[in-house]
Design a protein around this ligand. Structure first.
Ligand SMILES: Cc1cc2nc3c(=O)[nH]c(=O)nc-3n(C[C@H](O)[C@H](O)[C@H](O)COP(=O)(O)O)c2cc1C
Length: 190
């Protein structure tokens, strides 16, 4: 899908960078995803951005169904991401709402899109964050169906963008929010 023709010009470099980040490895491929736990405490961790729908403004990433982040976004879908491109000297901060995809056909399609090494990551029978028995170690199985059961595909509908360009002199910052009429962008002081 292509980007909305009415997309504000300041968002185009972000859309292009997210396209690139999810088609090949770029500095934006690895993002930091922040969530809020039920007790209100913030959490942040690295995730690989694997899909970007420029028309809908939706990001996708793969994770473990048993992970804390999945529990957290089920209870509180509002999330934030920060991306940093050290070569371009550009930071992009995103806000949005996350959904753990339930549709089995869509989950299967996303699972098929992962490489064998990534899929093997779901072989652990011990849930992420669970205590490891010092004698037994982390459990592993060879059951492809169980790996798929442990896999979750999370989509983030992006509704806020904040782009800071430190290569510009003076530094350049633009923010945009998605409303009923589409995206509304404005330049703000860095
Ligand atoms: C370079 C790198 C890439 C990672 N990519 C992912 C990812 O795509 N999905 C994921 O769930 N965890 C990924 N992780 C692991 C997470 O950062 C985190 O440790 C794990 O998912 C548990 O997070 P949680 O307990 O907050 O759910 C990655 C870690 C690193 C260092």
């Amino acid at each position: 899908m292509t980007a909305d023709p009415d997309l504000p010009a300041v968002l185009r470099p972000v859309w292009d960078a997210l396209d690139a980040a999810t088609s090949r490895r770029t500095p934006f491929t690895l993002g930091a995803l922040a969530t809020v736990a039920p007790d209100g405490s913030p959490g942040v961790r690295s995730v690989i951005l694997r899909d970007w729908d420029p028309g809908q403004g939706v990001l996708g990433f793969a994770t473990d169904e048993r992970s804390a982040k999945v529990r957290e976004v089920r209870a509180e879908p509002r999330v934030a991401l920060v991306l940093w491109d050290d070569d371009a000297q550009v930071q992009v901060r995103l806000g949005g709402r996350a959904t753990v995809v339930a549709d089995p056909a869509e989950r299967w399609r996303r699972w098929q899109g992962l490489g064998p090494r990534t899929r093997r990551g779901y072989a652990t029978t011990t849930a992420p964050g669970a205590a490891v028995d010092p004698d037994a170690g982390v459990g592993q199985d060879d059951d492809g169906a169980a790996w798929f059961d442990r896999f979750a595909w999370v989509e983030v509908v992006v509704d806020h963008v904040d782009r800071l360009d430190l290569s510009a002199d003076p530094h350049d910052r633009a923010v945009a929010d998605r409303g009923a009429e589409g995206w509304l962008a404005r330049r703000v002081a860095p």
